[in-house]
Design a binder for this molecule. Sequence first.
Ligand SMILES: [Zn+2]
Length: 146
Amino acid sequence: MSEYETHVKPLYDRDGNLHGVLLSPEIWAKAGKKISEILDQAQGKTDSEIHQEPIEDWNMFKDYWDFKYPFNPKVTCKACGAETENWEEDNPRIFHLSNASLSGLLVFHCEKCGGTVRKKHFKDHICFEATTHTGESCEPECIYPE
Ligand SMILES: [Zn+2]
């Protein structure tokens, strides 16, 4: 039996029709997360549903906007340089939203490098901060909108 056959077993019913595929606990532990994502995509779920982004919190953040400058959907990762001009329109996502708080903090996971991006909103400026997937902090970048 090959390595593959010990982990991935097709199951047939008595008529010889494929009934399903059984995965070993070992391979599921290694690849289950990725496989679940692929299965979710195959079922037509959106990227946002698969990653269970807190979209309601994001919308609330926008609805209660009271900063001096207009809302700006740009996200940039200081760890690897990944960037989007409009986070809401990305498909597939470059960044996954993990937290949105009315205090002005948006937290994203960077798909490109695995880092964490924090977009902090202050009264008159925005700061992007990032930590790499190994936990190192990057130089923050602050923007002062007009
Ligand atoms: Zn990145």
